[in-house]
Write a protein that binds this ligand. Structure first.
Ligand SMILES: Nc1ncnc2c1ncn2[C@@H]1O[C@H](COP(=O)(O)OP(=O)(O)O)[C@@H](O)[C@H]1O
Ligand SMILES: [Mg+2]
Length: 222
């Protein structure tokens, strides 16, 4: 399978108005695809559509070879999603947040997985502190670590670095690069041209629900 994500030319979502209008793209397995656009462009709606949280009003899309409309369960089983707003439980420690994820996905305690992820994301020292005491960057890292439980091969990251300081942003970038080096497909949304340029193999520019440009980073930023 060479395409991790395929979206038909007529894919659209209509709320009060048309929110996504004929988006059309293809994401090759093992690459980073970036959806670049300002607030309100429809990035989160696209993520929700492709992760089978929102139904399309037109068109079709396949994720990991499965139709998002008729095989939503199979799609969800094969992807990881880190939403725009951290899914971290503030009252739990970093360790407990990860353990909860392991319990949900694997139906059993697996200390090794939790400890490996804490180490990989440099969260060992704060693992026993409640997530409410974490910085924005730490919270994002924990959120992504939680997404990695179960080893998904396609990961959706909705604005993973919005609001982060430059150092945390760079850490996040290097974690994302490591994932792709490992063969994971990344669908990343961002408001930052620089981020798309730095990370993506392909960039699509979304504006008011329409794809207005698509290409490799250098050509789309020209
Ligand atoms: N559940 C909803 N009902 C109605 N309109 C929505 C809903 N979700 C998003 N929208 C609208 O869809 C548009 C795109 O939103 P969104 O996908 O969140 O953009 P982005 O993530 O790029 O900021 C916005 O105009 C937003 O107000
Ligand atoms: Mg959004």
């Amino acid at each position: 399978m060479s395409s991790a994500i395929e979206v038909s030319p007529t894919a659209e979502v209509v709320w009060d108005a048309v929110v996504l209008n004929g988006i059309d793209f293809d994401v090759r397995a093992g690459t980073i695809f970036s959806l670049l656009g300002p607030n309100g462009a429809g990035k989160t709606t696209t993520v929700n559509l492709l992760t089978a949280l929102t139904k399309a009003d037109g068109g079709t899309a396949r994720v990991a070879g499965h139709d998002i409309a008729t095989e939503a369960k199979a799609v969800r089983a094969r992807i990881g999603v880190t939403g725009q707003f951290a899914a971290v439980d503030e009252l739990l420690t970093g360790y407990e947040n990860l353990q909860l994820m392991v319990d949900l996905k694997r139906g059993g305690a697996d200390r090794r997985v939790v400890e490996d992820l804490l180490e990989r994301f440099d969260l060992v020292e704060s693992a026993r502190k409640p997530a409410s005491t974490y910085s924005g960057g730490m919270r994002r890292k924990l959120d992504l670590a939680m997404t990695l439980v179960g080893d998904p091969r396609i990961i959706f990251l909705d604005e993973p670095t919005t609001g982060l300081d430059p150092r945390s942003r760079r850490t996040m970038w290097s974690i994302i690069r490591d994932l792709v080096a490992d063969g994971v497909t990344i669908f990343l949304t961002t408001q930052y041209l620089e981020e798309a340029d730095q990370l993506a193999d392909r960039v699509a520019v979304l504006d008011q629900g329409r794809l207005v440009a698509q290409g490799t980073p250098t050509s789309s930023s020209a």
